[in-house]
Design a protein around this ligand. Structure first.
Ligand SMILES: Cc1cc2nc3c(=O)[nH]c(=O)nc-3n(C[C@H](O)[C@H](O)[C@H](O)COP(=O)(O)OP(=O)(O)OC[C@H]3O[C@@H](n4cnc5c(N)ncnc54)[C@H](O)[C@@H]3O)c2cc1C
Length: 441
């Protein structure tokens, strides 16, 4: 899963135009210098580089192990939505208080707008779809939970939401064996994630950032006046570092960060294009991205050319044979949830890491023992808007426009260390088992 030479195999790679000429400067060679070095060329790193170069005139370089956007940013489901956390809204409020919870949610509404704005300002054709997202009750008993969610999002956080009954959903959006009404949240939309990553890279390069793909940082040394990052082909000296490696964090940063992060695999299948009769068999009429109320959630959307994208978490090993099993489980489940599509051929399967932590909220800030090292990570599977916002926030921190104290409380500070990190896979196994049980209820 960490080998950038292994093809991702996503549908997005087939669809997206290639990165514009000259944006990726290729593997780092020789001894180079800059003010800020970013490790990781996904949304967090690219947005940080774009904003640092454009808004603060900072000399910034990005080092990315694969091609730019190779990590989660180029292969996600394209749900640009909120919130990037593993807490319930009730837990968020009781842990941080109503004011900080409101600031946190407001920041992520801003994050969705930021993505739309960056695409517009930089002429990135992200293929936006839908004017909101649907959270769908997968069982009759789950509609009550959606009412509660509507109360939090609409009543307490001021978002525009509405509830749709099973019948209304079937008439206006779609029908399925696991459709028992939905919550429509008008903040959010769908996009083509690799187009966004490549467009953001081009915008960062135009603003003056230097971007080096296929430049994995293999060693990190502290020098008298800063840092030295060593790749296979060269090295980069910098006064400040941003760690933007999220779920693909390698052992390099492990001592300080890796033991605080939980990478979790998310998987996607995409079908062939369907014709109008096939769509109507499920009464499919919507381009809104959907996710359901399972703890081990399914997320799905109809793409512009009528291919169906269906995603699920699962598999703990990342081995190819377990990927093959996961694909066939997902094909079977797609056919159970959408029985009229049970024989529709899938053309793509791929997967990648989302990133969680034990605190269940993202982490943005500076290392307590070295304030020249910044990090932005752990969006809990909701980073399409949260990661670009995190990169923008890191740029504003470095540019001196804000300080860590100004951030909503859920972002602040390093997440806690995971006890016995070597047992991480077993913790996940236990959590998966529990979620399976809860989803059967
Ligand atoms: C299958 C899947 C589906 C998803 N669906 C959604 C969705 O629909 N909506 C949503 O909001 N979120 C989704 N996510 C999560 C979202 O994609 C991420 O939260 C977001 O892209 C994180 O961006 P990032 O830049 O922080 O990390 P990434 O995009 O993962 O980038 C980190 C980069 O760091 C690089 N790196 C790591 N170590 C080094 C090193 N030593 N040297 C150089 N480079 C290094 C990696 O190669 C990688 O490219 C999904 C993720 C996956 C995997």
């Amino acid at each position: 899963m960490y080998d950038a030479e292994v093809p991702v195999g996503s549908f997005w790679e087939d669809e997206a135009p290639p990165l514009a000429e000259g944006v990726d400067l290729g593997p780092l060679a020789n001894e180079m210098k800059c003010d800020v070095a970013v490790i990781g060329g996904g949304y967090t790193g690219l947005s940080a580089a774009y904003h640092l170069a454009r808004d603060f005139g900072v000399d910034v370089c990005v080092l990315e192990a694969g091609p730019l956007g190779w990590g989660a940013s180029g292969r996600n489901g394209g749900f640009c939505t909120l919130p990037p956390m593993g807490l319930s809204y009730g837990q968020l409020i009781s842990r941080y208080g109503m004011d900080e919870a409101r600031r946190f949610i407001a920041s992520q509404v801003e994050a969705v707008d930021l993505v739309a704005g960056m695409a517009r300002d930089n002429d990135i054709d992200i293929q936006p779809q839908g004017q909101g997202t649907l959270h769908v009750a997968h069982a009759p008993g789950r509609f009550a939970g959606l009412k509660e969610e509507a109360e939090f999002l609409g009543g307490k956080f001021g978002l525009s939401v509405s509830l749709l009954s099973r019948e209304e959903m079937a008439e206006t959006h779609y029908d399925s064996t696991e459709q028992f009404g939905a919550l429509l949240n008008r903040t959010g939309f769908g996009l083509q994630p690799l187009r966004f990553a490549r467009g953001l890279a081009a915008a960062a390069a135009r603003a003056g950032a230097r971007l080096y793909g296929r430049s994995e940082v293999l060693r990190w040394e502290r020098t008298g006046d800063g840092h030295r990052l060593i790749t296979a082909g060269g090295s980069l000296r910098a006064k400040r570092i941003i760690v933007a490696t999220n779920g693909f964090t390698r052992p390099l940063a492990d001592a300080k960060l890796g033991n605080r992060l939980i990478p979790v695999l998310s998987n996607i299948i995409v079908t062939r294009s369907m014709n109008i009769h096939e769509l109507m068999a499920q009464n499919w009429r919507t381009d809104y991205p959907c996710s359901n109320t399972r703890n081990l959630l399914f997320y799905y959307r109809m793409l512009p050319d009528h291919r169906f994208l269906f995603g699920a978490r699962g598999d703990l090993t990342g081995r190819p044979e377990d990927g093959a099993k996961m694909r066939s489980v997902m094909e079977r489940r797609l056919g159970e949830v959408f029985p009229h599509w049970k024989d529709i051929q899938t053309t793509h399967y791929w997967r990648g890491f989302v990133c969680m932590n034990a605190r269940l909220t993202p982490a943005i800030g500076q290392m307590p023992d070295d304030e020249t090292v910044y990090f932005g990570l752990a969006y809990h599977g909701d980073g399409v808007s949260a990661a670009p916002w995190s990169g923008w926030t890191l740029a504003r921190l470095i540019g001196g426009r804000i300080s860590v104290r100004d951030l909503p409380a859920p972002f602040r500070g390093l997440p806690p260390r995971i006890p016995l990190p070597s047992l991480r896979r077993w913790y996940l196994r236990a959590a998966l088992g529990l979620y399976h049980l809860q989803d059967k209820q």
